[in-house]
Design a protein around this ligand. Structure first.
Ligand code: ATP
Ligand code: MG
Length: 678
């Protein structure tokens, strides 16, 4: 008996420690851009009380071909459908160009020789350094080529490419001439690609012959051919220009199937174009890009962002959230196919004149230490990645990390999902060597940039908590009835008031935009995520609002259950969902992936359940645990719980839109597992 009480006390202490505040190291704080919560509060207050002054001052540091009307407030918006259509406009009347601000401005100010991109290919030894002048010249050449093909302001250009430098360059070239880019992650199927081409009737497709991902070669051109065939069959539509980047490293030109008269080789066509291209001056509210959400909760939404507000928000959030200072080497491991790659690879770093690593490959090829090798090689100082990657690398063991010299690292970041305490501590201790603050950044495709986040030098971190709102962002927490709550609480996370980086509409469907984000509680932007707020103002995301289970009257957040499950040392990754339960109303069904080498057993299931009992309480213990060799994820690495809900409920025929699923085979395995009682 005594022993078990001792054990309980011990685990309570452990749990408190897991979530205890982690202060900012003094050394870091003294050199940070924002050094204290007071300094932040002061700026934050100004950003809310006087947005015209706050954002106007920041925006005026960019080049404007014509200033916005400074006699008027910097923005106008309506979030209340009862008052009329939803809209949000920033820097109206101003003319600028985001490509000019990301490239020409630095070159014109004498920073042309600074490295913009340190490109590291899939294979060790494939690498390239591109200065700001290099990127500008390549961008101009492509811009000129697109113009030659008749592309003009407002035209849509689909980009389906791997992480070669030409991907961000293609985005910048579109921005330069005022075309709207729609980047489609280079792992999507022909069906998804065709759907996205047809959605915006893009007259140009920029793509690539093939890409190497680890040891595998993915023939993108084959998928392109199939997608274009589908476009013809479905809507008799074909883009007028299909430009294919010749990725010789992945596949020789001779092996690429070619449609004469339609397909064009990028290198052949673009090489002869001039390296100087005039800029199209764009109104601040002209569209910049459209991009589809990850599709975690349903059919992906085509989010549209405009130029002025997005530019200012991307650059400002990059600078403060990562404490970016000249000399830093930044590395964001996302793909440009996602919003993270748009804002924190293509635009944010370049607008700040930063040097960044761009990586084509995967974290574990040719060895499990590839990422850490790259950090050591380029002396990366700011590293931004996703919890799913952290968990999978953690499961491979510390030795791959610790054999590398990671002393250049200063700031670590995560995005995409909540990070569980165990993974947070591993990232902090093993990767950051206890020295680097972790910015757990909450945001969405729709928000354009980071919304809730620590500023790394300004306040103590709390593992798993995104902490406080960025400048200009006013989060509110609503209860069940939509009433705004004060002080410590939990509920629905909404945003009051406009911020510059916010999406303006869903492409071609403003009605769906208004319905999705502004109908439930008129006057507010509804994020769809739940959160908890503490007395100190810290906000911790608790998952999608649909991901709440009601077990015998207890409302339990799925995120919390998953965090408790993963606290067991043999759990690599977990996903929990609710299912109908005769007695309790709802029960919890958990899918668990074990770390390498761990053997599944009934005893282990009991131990894992015990971990949940210890962390949360017996009411949150899953009714069922199913072993999962893998979890269904979107191609951006997020778990699709909606599919797991269907599996748990035996509704195998109702899996819904699976177009953004990374590996459909995983679903079959889980369905089989469910049928066989795994
Ligand atoms: P869809 O809207 O199509 O369902 P999605 O919401 O997964 O897809 P994204 O815009 O890529 O598409 O993801 C935004 C969501 O990711 C947020 O709403 C939130 O649920 C989750 N998220 C992002 N960052 C964090 C974070 N730091 N902590 C917790 N959740 C996060
Ligand atoms: Mg979403």
């Amino acid at each position: 008996m005594a022993g078990s009480i001792g054990l309980q006390l011990c685990s309570a202490v452990e749990e408190r420690e897991e979530r205890a505040l982690v202060p900012v190291p003094r050394e870091f704080q003294s050199r940070a851009l924002i050094k204290s919560r007071e300094q932040y509060e002061e700026m934050y207050k100004q950003s809310i009380q006087d947005p015209s002054r706050f954002w106007g001052k920041i925006a005026s540091q960019f080049y404007w071909h014509r200033m916005w009307d400074t006699s008027k407030p910097v923005f106008r918006s309506n979030f209340d459908i009862r008052q009329g259509p939803i809209f949000n406009e920033w820097f109206k009347g101003g003319f600028t160009n985001i490509c000019y601000n990301a490239l020409d401005k630095h070159v014109n100010e004498g920073r042309g020789e600074q490295v913009a991109m340190l490109w590291e290919g899939n294979d060790v030894g494939h690498e390239m350094r591109l200065t700001y002048s290099d990127v500008l010249q390549k961008t101009c050449q492509l811009a000129n080529y697109l113009r030659k093909r008749g592309v003009k302001k407002g035209d849509r250009v689909c980009i389906y490419m791997p992480m070669v430098p030409e991907l961000p360059i293609a985005m910048l070239a579109c921005a330069r001439i005022g075309a709207i880019h729609s980047v489609i992650f280079g792992g999507f199927s022909a069906e998804s690609l065709a759907g996205r081409i047809l959605d915006c009737k893009s007259d140009v497709l920029l793509s690539c012959s093939a890409v190497q991902r680890g040891a595998k070669v993915l023939n993108l051109k084959v998928i392109v051919d199939e997608a274009l065939q589908l476009c013809l069959e479905k809507e008799s539509f074909q883009p007028g220009t299909v430009l294919i980047y010749d990725n010789k490293n992945a596949v020789p030109r001779s092996k690429v199937k070619w449609v004469a008269g339609r397909d064009l080789w990028w290198q052949d066509e673009v090489r002869s174009c001039s390296t100087v291209a005039p800029v199209e001056w764009m109104e601040a509210e002209d569209p910049l890009f459209l991009l589809y959400t990850s599709g975690s909760t349903g059919k992906p939404k085509g989010v549209l962002h405009t130029i002025g507000g997005y530019m200012v928000y991307a650059a400002t959030s990059f600078e403060y959230v990562f404490d970016y200072q000249p000399g830093d080497i930044f590395w964001c491991t996302a793909d440009c196919g996602w919003i993270t790659g748009h804002t924190y690879i293509c635009y944010g770093p370049l607008l700040n004149g930063a040097t960044q690593v761009v990586f084509e490959g995967v974290p574990t090829y040719p060895s499990p230490s590839r990422w850490w090798e790259i950090i050591e090689k380029y002396k990366v100082s700011i590293f931004y990645t996703a919890p799913t990657a952290i968990r999978s690398l953690e499961a491979l063991g510390d030795k791959h990390v610790t054999k590398h010299n990671l002393s250049s690292l200063r700031v670590l970041g995560t995005v995409g999902e909540a990070i569980n305490a165990k993974a947070w501590h591993w990232y902090h201790r093993v990767v950051g060597q206890g020295r680097c603050p972790i910015v757990d950044t909450w945001w969405q495709t729709e928000t354009g940039g980071i919304m809730i986040t620590p500023l790394p030098g300004a306040w103590s971190l709390k593992p798993g908590s995104a902490t406080l709102p960025f400048f200009g962002v006013q989060p509110v927490v609503l209860d069940q009835d939509g009433k705004e709550q004060d002080g410590p609480c939990s509920g629905y996370l909404c945003i009051k008031g406009a911020w510059p980086g916010m999406a303006r509409t869903l492409y071609g469907d403003h009605k769906r935009f208004a319905e999705t984000y502004f109908t439930t509680w008129p006057g507010l932007y509804v994020t769809g995520d739940g959160c908890q707020r503490e007395a100190n103002g810290y906000i911790t995301l608790t998952g999608r609002v649909d991901d709440v289970v009601n077990v015998s009257g207890h409302r339990i957040s799925i995120g919390e259950v998953e965090s408790a499950l993963t606290s067991h040392k043999l759990c690599a990754e977990t996903a929990a969902v609710a299912f109908d339960h005769d007695v309790k109303g709802q029960g919890i069904y958990a899918f668990v992936t074990l770390v390498e080498g761990a053997k599944p057993s009934e005893q282990l299931k009991n131990e894992i359940k015990a971990a949940v009992r210890k962390e949360i309480g017996s009411f949150a213990v899953p009714d069922v645990i199913q072993w999962a060799p893998g979890l269904p994820k979107t191609r951006s690495g997020k778990i699709m719980r909606r599919i797991l809900r269907k599996i748990a409920a035996n509704q195998f025929d109702e899996l819904g839109d699976v177009s953004s699923l990374a590996d459909p085979a995983v679903v079959e395995q889980l369905v089989e597992g469910k049928r066989g009682g795994a």
